[in-house]
Design a protein around this ligand. Structure first.
Ligand code: HEM
Ligand code: HEM
Length: 213
């Protein structure tokens, strides 16, 4: 008879971190928008918007530091780190998502394209934090200000990168929601079920067993 395997995909740290990060990004983006468009009143006053931004920029920073720690301390780099093997599938994945090929490359936990994108997102987050702290401490971090040619260009780059985060979020949302919904649910519950690879074609199980990924 058919057997379902429970595939554990995201541990509690990963899930909690992801959803805190999402909430924090929404607050950072909205407060940033109000700082940019002073007439856009989202948080009641400019002081409130700046307070929200200043609190959440530290949350953003600590989520990033914690993520690096977690990546190495929990062995996440073994399943989600770049390797020549998983990076090879990046080109074929791009072709698949651009509808240029019907072949979706097999991947481990994440495809090469996901790994490259998440790494790029991390790099952009570091740049965003450096620029943001440059705006916050323009004297102490005067080298950041001069590297970008002054405070105004620094603000402009920070603003443009805010939209890069929004583009990432839009594409990310599109890609996760066009996959089977069980993968999105797994970001909330931690796991999903799949039919055991034992050649069976039955739809539902009469017994369930847990399998580590
Ligand atoms: C550690 C990360 C960050 C730091 C340290 C930081 C810091 C700052 C600071 C100091 C300002 C200027 C506030 C003022 O003039 O009153 C600012 C503005 C802004 N921030 Fe951030 N920020 C960070 C992350 C983000 C993120 C992730 C986003 C959006 C996704 C964002 C969007 C904005 C926007 C849109 C502005 C307005 C820029 C403008 O004036 O045109 N920030 N940020
Ligand atoms: C808008 C709502 C969002 C939804 C529904 C969502 C959903 C998901 C899902 C389902 C995954 C797992 C993908 C997989 O297992 O293949 C994931 C992973 C990820 N998402 Fe999101 N996401 C959202 C927003 C964001 C935002 C705003 C960011 C950052 C700017 C983000 C960054 C990431 C990262 C870095 C991963 C990899 C997770 C890890 O290994 O720690 N997501 N997301």
């Amino acid at each position: 008879m058919a057997t379902l395997q429970r595939i554990r995909r995201h541990d509690a740290l990963e899930r909690t971190g992801h959803w805190i990060h999402l909430g924090n990004m929404i607050l950072l983006f909205l407060s940033g928008l109000q700082i940019h468009f002073a007439t856009l009143n989202i948080f009641g006053s400019m002081n409130n918007a700046r307070l929200v931004h200043f609190v959440d920029m530290y949350v953003f920073f600590f989520i990033g530091v914690f993520h690096v720690y977690q990546f190495f301390a929990t062995g996440k780099w073994l399943t989600s780190g770049p390797t020549p093997g998983n990076l090879r599938s990046t080109g074929p994945s791009i072709r698949y998502y651009l509808f240029l090929s019907d072949h979706k490359p097999q991947a481990g936990k994440y495809s090469g394209l996901q790994i490259v994108t998440y790494l790029l997102l991390f790099a952009i987050s570091v740049v965003m934090a450096v620029i943001g702290f440059g705006l916050y401490w323009p004297v102490r971090l005067s080298w950041v200000v001069s590297a970008f040619g002054g405070l105004m260009p620094l603000r402009q780059v920070h603003y443009v990168l805010a939209w890069v985060f929004m583009v990432f979020t839009g594409v990310h949302l599109y890609l996760v929601l066009t996959q089977p919904l069980k993968y999105t649910r797994a970001m909330a519950t931690g796991s999903y079920w799949r039919r055991a690879q034992d050649g069976t074609t039955h739809r539902f199980p009469d017994r369930r067993r847990r399998v580590s990924p």
